[in-house]
Write a protein that binds this ligand. Structure first.
Ligand code: PAF
Length: 279
């Protein structure tokens, strides 16, 4: 386990010198089955696997849950060990953002949709920290979950734009038995809310079925999904969007594969989920 940037960098430089390939899974810790599936994918694609645990303050807005974000380093270390991770990088905030730090990585268009609208600055924080982590860990490939579909699209675009020479690999959403997408934030849900939270998955699967049955009006599909979710107590819809999976721009009609994405508060926790809809 490394806390110092230079130790982490030395580990990777030595591996690269000896001809080994490195997969990287960046996380904010509080690991769950979803993270473990990213690690499994990383392990299968490279000789060595590095995981980072870093709750990145710059991707949280002033009224978001940074201070309350769940952490359990000892448990995370145990899980990474069991998963066969070769190195865990746990930097301090003051090393990632030392005094005088100035640079922000920002994407012009992809950040301006979906979660970017309700979380201004969030994706600048993500793109900036991922750029830094990739620069330190120097992996050949990095694995990101499709649950944060917009994040994955942004990282792919950023790596392409900046000629980073790193493969960005997407991994499918991992769900609980009742369909709830795994997330570190699920632990904030109370007993009733945990039950209510399945409404995101239910609305997505019902929308997928509508499209399979021939519905093509985005207005009709999102209206049905919104009424399914609004009927569940304690839910507040942030957005329900059907968009082009490449540009993330809204579409009006479903004429090919589209992405349906949503963010819904269930009590306090804000949950996100998505699914491809194919006519
Ligand atoms: O998906 C996350 O956990 C974070 O956004 C990431 C990619 C680790 C950057 O802080």
């Amino acid at each position: 386990m490394f806390r110092a940037i230079n130790q982490m960098r030395r580990f990777s430089v030595d591996l690269r010198r000896s001809g080994k390939t490195i997969a990287f899974v960046p996380t904010m810790g509080f690991l769950h089955q979803g993270h473990l599936s990213l690690m499994e994918k990383g392990k299968s694609l490279a000789d060595r696997l590095v995981v980072s645990l870093f709750v990145n303050p710059t991707q949280f807005g002033p009224n978001e849950d940074l201070a309350a974000y769940p952490m359990d380093e000892a448990r995370d270390l145990e899980l990474t060990q069991k998963a066969g991770v070769d190195a865990v990088f746990i930097p301090d905030v003051q090393h990632i953002y030392p005094s005088g730090y100035q640079t922000v990585v920002s994407l012009k268009f992809l950040s301006g949709h979906l979660c970017g609208l309700s979380r201004p600055g969030h994706f600048d924080g993500v793109a900036t920290v991922v750029t830094k982590l990739l620069g330190i860990v120097r992996p050949h490939l990095a694995v990101f979950g499709e649950k944060d579909f917009q994040q994955l699209a942004i990282i792919r675009q950023m790596v392409k734009d900046l000629e980073m020479d790193i493969d960005i690999v997407g991994a499918p959403i991992v769900r609980e038995a009742d369909g709830l997408a795994m997330s570190s934030r699920n632990m904030y849900l109370t007993g009733d809310q945990r039950q209510q939270a399945t409404c995101l998955f239910q609305a997505l699967t019902a929308s997928r079925q509508l499209v399979k049955n021939g519905e093509s009006s985005v207005e009709a599909i999102t209206r049905t999904a919104a009424s399914t979710i609004s009927a569940v107590p304690e839910t507040t819809i942030d957005y329900i969007t059907i968009c082009d999976p490449q540009t993330l721009e809204d579409v009006s009609f479903v004429s090919g594969p589209v992405l349906m994405a949503m963010a819904v508060k269930v009590g306090k926790p804000r949950l996100i989920d998505n699914m491809m809809l194919t006519p």
